[in-house]
Design a protein. Structure first.
Length: 391
């Protein structure tokens, strides 16, 4: 089959690779009908996530048709249309029992899980197409994919629903939803959201659906800010205003009730702290550039909530722990517990309570995926979300 493979920093290629097959009884194989490039894929593309190997198949946002089902899976049948969560979870361990699926203890095989044990003190769950630290599983930017624990993860969608309406259940809609849920939004709340990429836009939609009165969104790309505005947010361009001062002005000097970092470890901007982080990361003295997180912590009101869906990978410095303690902030974060949210969010889409398709800017055949990566990285203003079509 054809699959998009990582070969090094800024080097991804469509290769011919062996078709996947059933390995364990609970597996299934799906023929991919649609898959998307995520901001998280850019961290791999930019070489920030360790333990990638040349030839690794990328992609964790995908859906398709079931073409083969293992004998241990009685839930799915050949022909079912499914959307697949990017998190791999067994459904049976201590953490899955608490619906903390991205903490699953069983989905990261022993030979790879030691890396996260050393880096994070605990074993992380397996993720599709996201380095050998998270299991080295083949991703879904391909013609076919093997789904482990497929009796737990993939959600069946009714026939006739267009792929684009449900594809983002694989990651970014649940991610935006959990990011908003982590703000414990109360009536009258103002939520500030950094980053108007796909995750930021999903967080805006989710914050309103969860009852936020105001959402203030921050970025510098005009098209992305316009999309945020269309979704009901007030917007700030960080090239034009001082973000914290503007947020104070807009909230009667108090600060937003909660803040969401939808940017993560590759913050842009020429603020002094970010320039220092950038220089340090270029000489491998730092892994992450947490400028947005610092700014969000400083801007949120006393007693406020800090939600971090943006990905961080290592250690950060100049972290305002004093502000967090003295202001009495709550921080919540994590890889999304996708499986927990799927039934509820699918229902909302089918009932027409939310439309997710407005973020899609480009649709490309899988063969053009390398171009898709290049533009999604370098032309972010126009390229808001790329859907790849293997067919
Ligand atoms: N927690 C999870 O499970 C999960 C799931 C999916 C994605 N993510 C992460 O969410 C983040 C966003 O993903 P995406 O697909 O939207 O990525 P993206 O790269 O398309 O968007 C990031 C946006 O942040 C903006 N930005 C950069 N610096 C900024 C600054 N200083 N202030 C304000 N905005 C700034 C950029 O202009 C860009 O529009 C990534 O870190 C991604 O890895 C996490
Ligand atoms: Zn993703
Ligand atoms: Zn588990």
């Amino acid at each position: 089959m054809r699959a998009l493979c990582w070969h090094g920093k800024h080097d991804v290629r469509v290769d011919n690779v062996p078709d996947p097959g059933i390995v364990n009884p609970r597996d299934c194989i799906i023929k991919i009908t649609a898959t998307a490039i995520c901001g998280s894929d850019l961290h791999l593309y930019d070489g920030y996530i360790p333990t990638m190997q040349p030839g690794d198949i990328m992609g964790h946002e995908f859906m398709g048709e079931v073409v083969e089902v293992g004998p241990g899976n009685t839930r799915l049948k050949v022909g079912d249309k499914v959307v697949n969560p990017f998190v791999i979870a067994c459904g049976q361990c201590f953490f899955c029992g608490k619906q903390q699926f991205s903490a699953c203890d069983n989905s990261n095989p022993a030979e790879t899980s030691d890396i996260s044990l050393t880096a994070y003190g605990s074993i992380m769950a397996g993720l599709f197409g996201y380095s050998h630290m998270t299991g080295g599983y083949a991703g879904g930017q391909a013609e076919y994919a093997r789904i482990p624990y497929s009796d737990i993860g993939p959600i069946v969608v009714p026939p006739g629903v267009p792929d684009e309406q449900v594809l983002f259940l694989s990651d970014i809609f649940p991610t935006g939803w959990m990011a908003a849920e982590n703000c414990e939004i109360e009536p009258g709340d103002t939520v500030a959201i950094w980053g108007c990429g796909p995750v930021g836009i999903m967080a805006i939609k989710s914050a309103f659906l969860q009852g936020a009165e105001r959402v203030i969104a921050i970025d510098h790309y005009p098209n992305r800010l316009a999309l945020a505005k269309k979704n009901g947010a007030e917007v700030l361009n960080y090239h034009e205003v001082k973000v914290r001062a503007a947020l104070m002005d807009m909230t009667a000097g108090r600060g937003p009730d909660s803040v969401i970092d939808c940017v993560g470890l590759e913050a842009h901007g020429l603020s002094p702290d970010n320039v220092i982080d950038l220089a340090k990361s270029q000489v491998k003295l730092a892994t992450d550039r947490p400028h947005v997180l610092r700014e969000a912590v400083m801007a949120v009101r006393k007693g406020g909530k800090v939600s971090i869906p943006g990905v961080y990978g290592g250690f950060v410095d100049k972290f305002p722990l004093g502000a967090i303690m003295e202001k009495g902030l709550t921080i919540k974060t994590g890889q999304t517990h996708v499986q927990k949210y799927l039934p509820q969010l699918l229902e909302m889409i089918l009932e027409g309570k939310v439309d997710l398709t407005d973020i899609i800017s480009h649709r490309l055949p899988l063969n053009q995926a390398p171009d898709g990566y290049k533009h999604f990285k370098n032309d972010q203003d126009e390229w808001t979300k790329v859907v790849l079509l293997p067919g």
